[in-house]
Design a protein. Structure first.
Length: 292
């Protein structure tokens, strides 16, 4: 089997897996799993006899175990009664992440600089993922054309676009980690770590979930698909060169021969010359000389 056929088949399979992993990660809500030990917190708050803390425990959503994605915060166990939720496609009660687009009520007017930086990075994550999917669609078009025409140039363009998709998705993941850092280390809102009370901090565990793993796997599969397309382009170019060389060997050049006559479509050799001297004829004696 030709090298290009094997390599391009592997590149296609790898790219499809990459797209599937990125799409699943983008659409699902299991990037972070935030487990809150409510029973421990409730017992501590009751011992302190602080009604304000008890009210926060029962009303604020960040006192509930939840999963967080790019678009939704979902509650796999109890859900906060003060938050309006809806059923997601996987039958989990969720509420939307607010990106303040548009900000009709001017809710961002009191945001600190850190809060603005976190919001801009969160918006950029979504934008980069959308650009990644647009680039992958362009990759699909050039890849189909390149395989149909067996064009090394089109396959090289496919590899470049796949590499661009890898860089865009990796940039999105990097910004997502930046958002995570700001939420944990900076003062960007009461619902984030720095403004939690000590009891909540000590009884909350934050873990990376399977959507996060799926996203990073998609980035690496994009990179692998790009390398395979580059290798497939080199293989295809070498095969086309070998085909051209083999075709040249079957071309038989025909050179015209000197003193060649043609009669009725067949080559006739020129008449043989006499070995002895030719007789000399004059103009008037074309039939020999006669003595009178």
């Amino acid at each position: 089997m030709p090298c290009s056929a094997v390599t391009l088949s592997l590149a296609t399979i790898t790219s499809i897996i990459a797209v599937a992993l990125l799409a699943i990660a983008f659409a699902t809500d299991n990037w972070l799993y935030i487990e809150v030990k409510r029973s421990n917190i409730q017992s501590l708050f009751n011992n302190q006899r602080d009604s304000a803390l008890v009210d926060s425990l029962n009303s604020k959503y960040y006192y509930y175990t939840r999963t967080k994605g790019l678009f939704r915060i979902c509650y796999p166990k109890e859900r906060p009664p003060s938050v309006k939720t809806y059923l997601s496609p996987v039958e989990t009660h969720c509420n939307n992440v607010n990106y303040f687009i548009p900000d009709d009520n001017n809710e961002t007017k009191d945001f600190s600089e850190d809060a603005w930086n976190k919001l801009h990075m969160a918006r950029s994550v979504i934008a980069l993922f959308i650009l990644t999917f647009i680039t992958i669609f362009a990759t699909f078009c050039t890849g189909v054309t390149g395989c149909w025409r067996r064009s090394p140039c089109n396959i090289t363009a496919t590899a470049v676009l796949m590499l661009l998709a890898c860089l865009l998705s990796a940039g999105a993941m990097g910004l997502w980690h930046g958002v995570e850092y700001y939420e944990k280390e900076k003062v960007v809102g009461e619902e984030f770590y720095q403004q939690w009370n000590n009891v909540l901090q000590e009884n909350t565990e934050v873990l990376y979930d399977w959507s996060f793993v799926s996203a990073w796997l998609g980035v690496f599969f994009c990179l692998g698909g790009s390398f395979l397309f580059f290798f497939g382009s080199c293989c295809l170019g070498n095969e086309k060169e070998r085909e051209q060389l083999n075709n040249v060997q079957y071309i038989m050049p025909v050179y015209p021969q000197k003193q060649q006559y043609a009669y009725a479509g067949y080559a006739v050799p020129p008449p043989q010359s006499y070995a002895g001297p030719c007789p000399y004829y004059t103009t008037g004696s074309g039939y020999g000389s006669y003595n009178y």
